[in-house]
Design a protein around this ligand. Sequence first.
Ligand code: IMP
Length: 191
Amino acid sequence: MKLCLATNNRHKIEELQAILGNKFELVTLEEIGCFDEIPETQPTMEGNSLQKAQFVYDNYGINCFADDSGLEVDALGGEPGVYSARYAGEERSHAKNIEKLLANLEGIENRSAQFRAVITLILDGKINQFEGIVRGKIIDELRGNGGFGYDPVFVPEGFDKTFAEMTMDEKNPISHRGHSVAKLVEFLANT
Ligand code: IMP
């Protein structure tokens, strides 16, 4: 089945392709000729992923899915959440986002956090959403060179390594995106 993945985030495309394997023919926005700035203006991950998928479905008429994800830190009331990418400003710098996060957590003992991902699939006009969560904690130093975003400071529950110290094969089965995609795959297998 041909499915367009409504994102321009190269890391997400790589991660999702690895998780989905070759059961589905993933087509990128570029491949369908979509070079638009896809709107992402909603206050929730559910809203944003729906907005992105709806934009592609309405304008390009192709079955598609979009994901929206973020880091939710317990002691910060769920921040940065939907604003994870631009936590430290519109330039969307991973380094500055981490710096701001660690500064806001200075002196705070509760380091519990979770990554959350929401996928919206639009299949023949019908909307379905799938959520994935991975719990963990924020450490106060950066470790590892892999992954992206907040990976160097996030240690998933049950592990000693940060996401940035893991290979994709280690991260994907336990990650928020991995869990949400597993639900998507299960749904697609049953349709
Ligand atoms: P999105 O592209 O709007 O979904 O924004 C997601 C943002 O959340 C990213 O830019 C990262 O800051 C953060 N994020 C989401 N997933 C991950 C992950 O797997 N590792 C590290 N950071 C992530």
